[in-house]
Design a protein around this ligand. Structure first.
Ligand code: NAG
Ligand code: NAG
Ligand code: NAG
Ligand code: NAG
Length: 359
């Protein structure tokens, strides 16, 4: 009776998937389900498919290669190997669509979108379906799912990819609270960065980021990190923490933004130049030096990862004036490591400049 029931359920499922042709479920095709394993097996009695990802989270910097661990096996073990389908996807953190990263059936593999030609399965040994991502980008951070499908069995595990980097608050030259969500994304991208996630801002707060202006985060919420509660920043009664205005209207509401960037490949430096320069001259001076005027994200990354330390204010690409300090000392701003900002001087004012060379 039990057997019959199973068979019936199976037939129904197969019928169902035939009728829903082309039966795309989770991006897999099920139509050869009766033939998929090569040995006629459809379901296993008492054999369990296991999938595991250990460790559950890994960290990378931009531009590096990273392996997201995942393996599968059967309990009890099988003697012959089976043809399974493997699928890696990037799970939505915020209501976005789940994103296919790679699908593999036998020796065939296909990768998608921004992952095209940047991902492959490691396959070090049987059951190893770890994902290798090359040239990690800022957009790669997030939760990945590793899924194995064998006939009707479908098991998965997840692994989190975090990026090491630096969060910086950003407001454009026209002042405080001027960015819609889309403009905020554009502003960060323009500075060699991406809009920070909550996790990234939270880590930055733990490391001491204290900022009294509210900014967009990647999930469409608006928040700000406070280490020292004070009157003008929500008052003294609120505990330190990342304070949230919640989700705001992405088109109608205007705020600053928190940007996130990771390492720079190349060099950020203060240009040694006989005279101070206005903004147009500063741009040209970097080009003349075989470089480009540095972006804000590049300066932050050089400060964070290369300990760039220079007590001279310089122009940056967005028309802001800043300098990076890793070894705090007198006459170089507060007794704290950081990138000092002087806002956006008028473009005819004369200052130094920071340049960026990719090699
Ligand atoms: C079964 O699989 C084999 C090998 O993959 C293939 O050559 C054959 O055409 C398949 N048969 C059916 C009925 O799908
Ligand atoms: C990453 O992997 C690619 C291809 O396997 C290799 O060419 C490159 O040198 C690696 N990059 C780093 C930073 O290890
Ligand atoms: C790595 O990706 C960046 C874009 O994210 C691209 O500009 C760069 O050329 C890539 N590097 C390599 C070695 O493919
Ligand atoms: C900077 O100085 C140059 C040369 O004196 C001048 O041509 C240019 O208009 C100035 N740019 C700005 C933004 O003041």
């Amino acid at each position: 009776m039990g057997k019959l029931h199973t068979l019936l359920a199976l037939t129904l499922q197969v019928l169902y998937s035939c009728h829903a042709a082309p039966s795309v479920s989770n991006g897999f095709f099920y139509q050869d389900i009766l033939n998929g394993t090569g040995n006629g097996e459809i379901h296993f009695d008492g054999i369990k498919l296991r999938v595991e990802s250990q460790p559950h989270s890994v960290f990378a910097v931009r531009g590096s290669n990273i392996t997201l661990p995942c393996r599968f096996w059967y309990e009890p073990p099988l003697i012959s190997s089976r043809r399974v389908r493997v699928k890696w996807s990037l799970l939505p953190i915020y209501g976005d669509q789940e994103f296919d990263v790679l699908v593999s059936i036998g020796h065939r593999q296909r990768s998608f979108g921004a992952f095209k030609d940047r991902v492959r399965l490691r396959k070090d040994d049987r059951g190893d379906i770890s994902l290798i991502i090359t040239n990690v980008s800022l957009k790669d951070s997030g939760l990945y799912r590793c899924e194995v499908i064998d006939g009707l069995e479908d098991e998965s595990a997840t692994v989190d990819l975090g990026l090491r980097g630096v969060v910086f608050p950003y407001q454009p030259h026209h002042g405080r609270y001027h960015l819609t969500f889309k403009e905020a994304q554009k502003a960060c991208n323009g500075q060699d960065a991406a809009v920070a996630t909550f996790d990234q801002l939270f880590t930055a707060w733990q490391e001491g980021l204290d900022w009294c202006n509210a900014g967009w985060l990647a999930d469409g919420t608006v928040q700000y990190p406070i280490v020292q509660p004070r009157q003008p920043c929500g008052g003294l009664d609120l505990a330190p923490g990342v304070r949230s205005y919640g989700a705001r209207h992405k088109h109608r509401n205007h705020y600053d933004v928190f940007c996130f960037t990771s390492t720079v490949t190349g060099q950020v430096y203060y240009l040694q130049h006989p005279q101070k320069l206005n903004l147009t001259m500063a741009v040209e001076a970097c080009i003349k030096d075989g470089a480009q005027i540095a972006k804000v994200g590049q300066l932050f990354a050089a400060w964070k990862f290369l300990e760039l330390d220079q007590c001279d204010a310089g122009w940056l690409a967005d028309g802001s004036l800043r300098y990076p300090i890793s070894n705090p000392r007198s006459n170089c701003g507060p007794q704290k490591s950081g990138v000092r900002s002087f806002g956006f001087p008028l473009p005819h004012h004369k200052h130094g400049v920071y340049c960026y060379k990719s090699r």
